[in-house]
Ligand binder design. Structure first.
Ligand code: ZN
Ligand code: ZN
Length: 136
């Protein structure tokens, strides 16, 4: 199962990317949005490719948008903190999760949140992702 994503920033930057893979390519490719420093764009990168690189320019100068923060239960008092502060403390809450996908080849769950995603154009942490389409 894959998810098509649109991302938008207050500066006007817009891009499309994807998470996961189609059923046909399941276990063969696993895409996740990355920031390619060479293209200065949001690109989908296949994490099962060797080497892991930008699908447009082949650069390995790509940074994943996967959240480094951990999911916090909404029952926790901390979860009521300002999202940016919570992010600095290393957490996010379920409401901030745009998409979450388990890659069995890498035995890892990749989570995309809407907090602290750097925009490749204005370099502010204001890039927002939204799921636009789900594909099989
Ligand atoms: Zn690139
Ligand atoms: Zn921007």
């Amino acid at each position: 199962m894959g998810t098509g994503l649109t991302s938008k920033c207050a500066c006007g930057y817009e891009a499309e990317s994807s998470v996961g893979s189609s059923r046909r390519m399941h276990g063969k490719e696993f895409f996740f949005p990355h920031h390619c420093k060479t293209c200065s764009k949001v690109v989908s990168v296949d994490l099962l490719a060797k080497p892991v690189c930008c699908s447009h320019c082949g650069s390995q100068e790509v940074t994943s948008y996967a959240a480094a923060t951990k999911l916090l239960d909404s029952k926790e008092t901390l979860s009521h903190l300002d999202p940016k502060l919570l992010n600095r403390l290393g957490h996010h809450v379920a409401a901030q999760v745009v998409d979450s996908a388990f890659c069995y080849r890498l035995e890892k769950t990749f989570v995309l949140t809407n907090i602290a995603n750097d925009c490749p154009r204005c370099h502010e942490p204001t890039l927002k992702f939204a799921a636009s389409v789900f594909y099989d």
